[in-house]
Design a protein around this ligand. Sequence first.
Ligand SMILES: [Zn+2]
Length: 251
Amino acid sequence: MTLKKSFLRSVDNPSNKIILAVGAHPDDIDIGCSGSIAKWIKEEGEVYYLVLTDGSKGSEDHKISNKELVRIRHAEQQKAADLLGVKKVFFLDFVDGELENTPALRKQIVKIIRQIKPSTVICWDPALYYDENRMFVNHPDHRVAGETTMDSVYPFARNARTFPELLDEGLEPHVVEELLIMNFSKADYFVDISQTIDKKLEALACHKSQFSDIKKFTQMIREMNKRAGQKAKPKVGYAEGFIKITLRKPG
Ligand SMILES: [Zn+2]
């Protein structure tokens, strides 16, 4: 079998791209790739967000109830998505900090993939446990979100015999053509976000509950995307980096 490039839909193509970005918590996608999201929406791409957990652990303030925190974080994520022009945000509301790669979670992700039929799915890197250079240990929900999304893309969303009850709901198998994996240190594919970095920082500022000093945080993100821009070939002002995997069509 040969891979016909023209046959594949991709974020590189000017049209016909449907993108599903999957994060563990409200704010993950905006931190990781909202500059690219803004760019693709400008190019008339259709973008959807899928947030797997309810974000109920994302505060040190004991006075806020879980219910209130979840409400705040939903609203913040929705506001950021609206600002970017995201078509829809799916919230699955699994408990923050307790995410596991289970058939129940895979079924929910497969269901959404089969509904919206994305050409590209974006997820966290399931293999990233830590980064000694960045003095960083990854959140377990990020790893699980990455792994479960990857499993859902391949093989389960494309396999008719997985969750056969979905066929009764009219949700036919769907082949995702491209995976973009977010890992801030390791990337082989860069999206030039020089025109959308300001929009990204605006989207990040919607997540007020998450940052005590939003100016400091957005400055850090700006620097990070600037460094990524230096790694791009050719170099650009600001970039977001991904590991890009093109998936084969069956047959
Ligand atoms: Zn997170």
